[in-house]
Design a protein around this ligand. Structure first.
Ligand code: CS2
Length: 486
């Protein structure tokens, strides 16, 4: 198939494929999004796509901080792409037009800073993943020794990190007399607005105290809870989608029907009417974030490590195993739900809905994908919950098994003795710890517990926790996951 998706061919697509109802040429950029990966394009961009017909000021300019592949694939398509929603009933495709441009920072930093500083830009949104915050995951503070931060502090006009880019854009706007923008984090972090605020304010202070003060006084950091499962797109997905839409799309997205966005209503410089596209505007996002991080992401991480070790390649494979399903059900019911306070929300129904979403067999969500960057994810997904359980004098056997699963996974060998390809900013540390511990489970646990950025200062001192991890690492290594879960 040679014809490529683009504005010119939109009229030729089969009628049942939805496409932008608005004139794209008249849309203006009101949002700059850093981290224009699959998740953003399946989530926030779709909400905006629904609004643009009535609100042409809220188009999105996306930026990639690491790789040019999204820009390279989307530029020949006029930044159009297909959203394919899959469930048991089949695949429904729609063309999304909210993304007006995509800038690769390394090639066009000046352009990006220019759009970020333009008065029409009123929101900078972020899906830069946990590690994009250049912070210490256990404390949420800026990691001032992070190589990108060191670089950006030395050369603030040529930033490579998200905090560096945002602060430089704030400086430009202030100097040009443009009104401040809001910074909206859409990453899976607890109190993500507050986390972004701490990091960006600190970075600005380190650049110049008066800039720090300006950020403190003028910039809003609304928190959000975002939810949609978006597996990495495969070549088979690309082929199937191009077949359905009748032209070639090099960069489509595959996702589930479920979609949720809860947003703190804190946009002093104006915002799109998000609620008209189905987002929920609230005064306090924290209870929603906590529920989602602990229930969905906590269960995801536990099932990714344990599932991968046991040889399950996808999330739906994991939950199709009765023992694994029962384990996850109990993990949520007995150890996670009791740490949540959500009056008015039926948490048991939420649990059941999650397990149904996990079981969607048409998604092929790789356990390996979720297992990535565990050092950045574990604190908010499993360890905070364990801390609460310890505080309440309650048991945390299953949560600890998830953490032990991570330790065994991070030590690099699965149950069949196959080497695991670890993708994590601390991968080198894991290798060092594993090499020096050898077969000694206690030494392995001890080595991992010394990772302060993951476990913080207090938790490693809890004897029961340490002992429980040792016991579970031994169990996992000697008897395997399916025996260890009960
Ligand atoms: C997943 C999330 O990859 C992961 O770590 O847990 O991306 C998850 O699919 C989303 O948060 C769902 O909203």
């Amino acid at each position: 198939m040679s014809t490529r998706l683009s504005t010119n061919v939109l009229g030729l697509l089969p009628e049942h494929i939805a496409r932008p109802s608005y004139e794209r040429a008249s849309i203006k950029a009101g949002i700059v999004h850093l981290g224009v990966g699959a998740f953003h394009r399946a989530h926030q961009a779709v909400y905006m796509d629904d609004l643009l017909g009535q609100n042409p000021d809220w188009g999105i300019v996306g930026a990639s901080l690491r790789r040019p592949d999204t820009r390279d694939a989307l530029a020949p398509q006029d930044f159009l792409y297909t959203l394919a929603v899959r469930d048991a009933s089949g695949t429904k495709c729609r063309i999304v037009g909210a993304l007006l441009d995509c800038i690769n920072v390394a090639d066009k930093r000046e352009n990006l800073l220019g759009v970020m500083a333009a008065p029409a830009t009123r929101i900078i949104s972020l899906t830069i993943t946990e590690k994009g915050y250049c912070h210490d995951p256990a404390t949420g503070e800026l990691d001032e020794n992070h190589p990108d931060i060191v670089h950006d502090l030395a050369r603030p006009a040529e930033p490579v990190s998200a905090p560096g880019l945002v602060v430089e854009a704030i400086r430009l706007r202030r100097d040009n007399g443009a009104p401040p923008f809001a910074i909206m984090s859409c990453d899976n972090l607890p109190a993500n607005g507050e986390t972004a605020r701490k990091i960006i304010t600190r970075f600005a202070w380190l650049c110049a105290p008066e800039l720090g003060e300006y950020v403190e006084k003028n910039i809003a950091f609304p928190s959000t809870m975002v939810d949609r499962i978006v597996p990495a797109t495969t070549d088979a997905d690309r082929a199937e989608i191009s077949q359905i839409i009748g032209v070639e799309d090099a960069w489509p997205i595959v996702t589930e029907p479920f979609c949720q966005w809860v947003i703190e209503d804190n946009f002093p410089s104006g915002r799109p009417p998000f609620e008209q596209a189905g987002a929920q505007m609230v005064a306090d996002v924290e209870p929603f974030e906590r529920m989602k991080l602990r229930m969905l992401n906590g269960a995801h991480s536990a099932l990714a490590y344990l599932g991968y070790l046991a040889g399950f390649k996808t999330v739906s494979d994991v939950v199709s195993n009765k023992k694994m399903l029962a384990f996850l059900h109990e993990l949520m019911s007995k150890e996670i739900i009791p740490t949540l306070h959500m009056p008015g929300t039926d948490l048991l129904a939420y649990r059941d809905e999650l397990l149904t979403r996990f079981a969607n067999p048409s998604l092929k969500h790789a356990t390996w994908q979720i297992a990535m960057d565990g050092s950045q994810k574990l604190p908010q997904r499993l360890l905070d919950t364990i801390r609460d359980r310890i505080g309440a004098g309650a048991s945390y056997e299953r949560l600890a098994l998830g953490v032990a699963g991570w330790i065994v996974y991070a030590s690099g060998t699965d149950e069949r003795g196959e080497t695991i390809e670890i993708s994590d900013p601390l991968a080198r540390e894991f290798e060092r710890i594993t090499a020096s511990a050898g077969n000694d489970a206690a030494a392995l646990v001890d080595g991992f517990l010394q990772l302060k950025a993951v476990f913080g200062a207090q938790l490693p001192g809890d004897r029961n926790f340490r002992w429980s991890l040792e016991e579970k690492v031994r169990l996992l290594r000697e008897r395997g996951v399916l025996m260890a879960i009960g």
